[in-house]
Design a binder for this molecule. Structure first.
Ligand code: FES
Ligand SMILES: [Fe+2]
Length: 361
């Protein structure tokens, strides 16, 4: 049975998260790609269950079009960009950045209906963002990702395709009590067994938690210039300003810093999710440190550690998605909420409100 307001499958979830459905709101900015992925060579990417082709014009402007030629449906991404027109690989029809056909090689006239959907794009920090809903409804900018291109920060970015609905990752990265268990061997931040305080600031979910002095996760010691198991005081603060992006700040205080030496550091993670094909998600991640010019080898080592931890989430979330998809009971299965699920439940509330607003529109 479907919830009439949200269109999501109803089951035993108190607030359905729609993990088996198309549960992506359209009227918001989702991340289409890392800036470096978009070049003058067409990039094919499924976004919100649509095939999209991404490329750049000669002046650097990024373009996103429906990746399906309106003639005989060839993927335009198999073609080439010539003089800022994308040329279909099948019969050579050409399209401009607005998606309007500019040339049909076999005839002089261009049919009025020869056009593909063009999607608004904007760049924020190291990422390009796409609006796949009603362009008239654009009422805000993409989330500010300026720190990812700020020379004062050392920044790692990465990407994984996860065979699970995006909402599972979104809930996972705001669910912190799993760190002491699922990531016992990677993060080794085993003091994280109590739930953080969660509150809303407008539509932004915020969590905060202070930790007494304890050994810092070995994933981050090197990046901060500490020996392994260095004892620090931590203030963890995370926020989700959009269903597409959440941040997690590790505010680190080196309580044994010598006089005159730096004591306060920030490690900032960003978790960016974009729905792809049904049941698949593009997961772009950022790990960054508020010190410039960290050595490349150090960042590579940190990146490998972060990936090994995220791989643990990916493996488990993919198993959850596969099992729920195969189980005829689907979402119709008891699901309990614990006190520690405050932020995850808040994600579902934000999602429900957004979907209801779009269905009313
Ligand atoms: S399919 Fe694109 S020109 Fe024919
Ligand atoms: Fe995790």
């Amino acid at each position: 049975m479907k919830d009439t307001a949200t269109g999501l499958t109803k089951g035993a979830q108190l607030i359905p998260n729609g993990m088996l459905d198309d549960n992506a709101p359209r009227n918001m900015w989702w991340c289409a790609a890392h800036v470096d992925e978009i070049t003058d060579k067409p990039l094919a990417r499924w976004l919100l269950e649509n095939p999209v082709v991404l490329y750049r014009l000669s002046d650097g402007t990024p373009v996103a079009l429906d990746d399906r030629c309106p003639h005989r449906w060839a993927p335009l991404s198999e073609g080439k960009v010539i003089d800022d027109q994308i040329v279909c690989p099948y019969h050579g029809m050409e399209f401009g950045a607005d998606g309007i056909c500019t040339k049909v090689p076999t005839q002089t006239s261009v049919p009025n209906s020869a056009r593909v959907q063009s999607y608004p794009l904007r760049t924020s920090g190291a990422f390009v963002w796409i609006w796949m809903g009603d362009p008239e409804a654009i009422d805000h900018d993409p989330v500010d990702m300026g720190f990812t291109t700020d020379p004062g920060w050392s920044v790692i970015t990465g990407y994984m395709e996860v065979q699970a609905n995006w909402v599972l990752i979104r809930e996972n990265v705001l669910d912190l009590t799993h760190i002491a268990f699922l990531h016992a061997n990677t993060f080794q931040q085993d003091d994280w067994e109590n739930a953080p305080e969660v509150h809303m600031e407008g539509d932004t979910i915020v969590y905060e938690q202070d930790f007494p002095p304890s050994p810092l996760s070995p994933l981050f010691c090197a990046a901060f210039g500490f020996e392994d198991k260095h004892i620090v005081k931590r203030e963890q603060r995370g926020w989700m300003p959009s269903l597409a992006v959440s941040f997690s700040d590790w505010n680190i205080h080196d309580i044994s810093a010598e006089l005159g030496k730096r004591r306060d550091f920030i490690g900032r993670g960003a978790h960016i999710v974009t729905p792809g094909e049904r049941g698949k998600t593009h997961y772009f991640f950022v790990a960054s440190f508020d010190s410039p010019n960290a050595p490349v080898a150090l960042l590579e080592k940190t990146k490998a550690g972060v990936i090994s931890a995220f791989q643990e989430d990916k493996d488990l979330l993919e198993k959850i998605q596969a099992q729920v998809s195969r189980d005829p009971r689907g979402l119709d299965f008891p699901e309990i909420n614990l006190g520690a699920d405050g932020a995850g439940v808040a994600v579902r509330r934000v999602l429900k409100r957004k979907l209801e607003a779009e269905r009313r529109a």
